[in-house]
Design a protein around this ligand. Structure first.
Ligand SMILES: [Zn+2]
Length: 483
């Protein structure tokens, strides 16, 4: 904040409404009045409320966007924009999505209420007897620190990059019956970039580049890109797939190998899941091979699915080892990590459900005479455990659905989590390193890309339609979660 002030030629500290600045104040600022001031400014952006009321009000624009979407849907023969959105997704009908979200809400709301009660009790102990929206982040962070003081930095020593990669490869080689080997001597776009080849029974399957480290002028974030698709060409030649796997990890430093936080390890597994979806396809038509043509609400299945091995003791044993002593992750650190994983998961779940239901209802029921605010109020009555102040205009900056591609699709996050958790539960039943289950997952899901409806693929693997039980259990939101 001091640097931000300096950059503008100002004295002192500059707080902006950019997310990192807002988030830092909400999480760490001791000054309650400051938190309230920043909260009020942030949650009234582009609206008829707050310090800049009416200056850039998105309200009328949102109504217009919703009208036009409704018109577009009707021109194409759909009753509502939500039906149009679902035409290319795995979910089959608006009713199915709404009852899916409501079912999750009904089952997680009691846990959210418990989380809130705990937070309120803790805040009261600290001298805050009337917890408000601008207090929950602050006391939540203090409570988390007090209960599970496990720092990502402390975990780094146990995740040197070579140990992590060796473990990741060991896991997927065992599960999917493939061999992975580094190929040296190839030209790449940067000396840090490494090339690997995947083989199966000695036969070439595909290749991937790992571009893992942050460097100047490199785009931030982590992603998988299909550099080349598997396909049969007009000459009958089979083109093998190539993937780029890009992350922004901290590079090796002063004699130490690159050391990853557990969050970064999880990111690596996530992107590798997308990579395997692209590389282990058996489809020969580019349009539906790998991740091509896979429905929006199913494309995160293989990636979120791979993350599970970062939380399983059997997986952690393979991917962790102190960079100096080789000692595996100590039991007490592991237990703290697992306990911290589901901290306030009830509150997080109902928050995501509030966004998802609001988005979906808004697009499913537009034109029924209710305003955007009324739809939101209705959803909050149903799922929320903590009401924000009346001036809150969160929809006015909900860019995912008004300015991004998530209109009538925000539910996809939860939908894909349900699929990946339920798919993984088969491994929990049969062994997390069970090669037979791994092969079945590969042939049913990874190999078939967009060549079939995702529900068909899922049922082929799981033997039944997906249920929400595994996700609730993994998130600590079921009675047997503690087991
Ligand atoms: Zn992803």
């Amino acid at each position: 904040m001091a640097a931000a002030a300096q950059a503008k030629g100002l004295e002192g500290w500059l707080i902006t409404l950019e997310f990192p600045s807002y988030y830092a104040v909400m999480t760490y600022a001791q000054d309650r009045a400051l938190r309230e001031e920043v909260y009020a400014a942030y949650c009234t952006r582009a609206s008829d409320q707050g310090p800049n009321a009416g200056q850039n009000d998105n309200g009328p624009v949102m109504e217009q966007i919703l009208d036009l979407r409704q018109e577009l849907a009707q021109l194409l023969g759909y009753a509502s924009f939500s039906e149009l959105s679902l035409a290319t997704k795995m979910a089959e009908s608006s009713d199915q999505v709404l009852s899916f979200l409501r079912d999750l809400a009904k089952r997680s709301k009691p846990f959210a209420a418990q989380d809130l009660q705990q937070l309120k009790a803790y805040a009261a102990e600290q001298g805050c007897a009337d917890l408000q929206s601008w207090d929950s982040g602050f006391y939540g962070e203090k409570l988390r620190e007090q209960r599970y003081s496990v720092s990502q930095e402390a975990l780094r020593a146990y995740f040197p990059i070579d140990k992590v990669l060796g473990g990741l490869f060991a896991i997927v080689q065992r599960l999917y019956g493939i061999e992975i080997a580094e190929q040296k001597g190839f030209d790449t776009w940067h000396p840090d970039v490494r090339l690997f080849e995947i083989k199966e029974n000695g036969q070439h399957v595909g290749r991937f580049f790992f571009d893992l480290y942050a460097r100047a002028n490199k785009r931030g974030g982590a992603w998988m890109d299909g550099a080349r698709d598997r396909r049969r060409t007009v000459d009958g030649v089979l083109q093998s797939p190539v993937a780029n796997l890009v992350c922004n990890f901290t590079p090796a430093d002063s004699g130490k190998p690159a050391l990853l936080t557990h969050d970064e390890v999880t990111t690596l597994f996530h992107e590798f899941g997308h990579g395997l979806h692209h590389l282990l396809t058996r489809v020969e038509h580019a349009g539906v091979s790998g991740i091509n043509g896979v429905a929006w609400d199913a494309v995160e299945l293989p990636s979120q699915f791979m993350e599970n091995w970062c939380w399983e003791p059997e997986g952690l044993a393979l991917i962790s080892g102190h960079y100096e002593t080789g000692e595996p992750l100590p039991q007490d650190l592991l237990e703290k990590m697992l306990a911290a994983k589901n901290f306030q998961s009830g509150l997080m779940m109902v928050r995501q459900l509030e966004f998802s239901l609001f988005d979906f209802e808004l697009h499913a029921t537009h034109g029924d005479g209710r305003s955007v605010a009324q739809v939101l109020e209705g959803v909050r009555d149903e799922v929320s455990v903590m009401r924000p102040p009346a001036y809150n205009r969160f929809p006015n900056s909900f860019a995912h659905i008004f300015a991004g591609g998530y209109a009538a699709g925000y539910y996809s996050y939860k939908w894909a989590e349900v699929l990946s958790a339920d798919a993984f539960s088969k491994f929990e039943e049969e062994g997390v390193l069970n090669a037979e289950t791994g092969r079945a997952f590969r042939e049913a899901i990874l190999a078939r890309g967009g060549s079939q409806a995702p529900m068909v693929l899922f049922v082929d693997f799981r033997g039944r339609a997906p249920t929400i039980d595994a996700l609730l259990r993994h998130s600590g939101l079921s009675e047997d979660a503690a087991a």
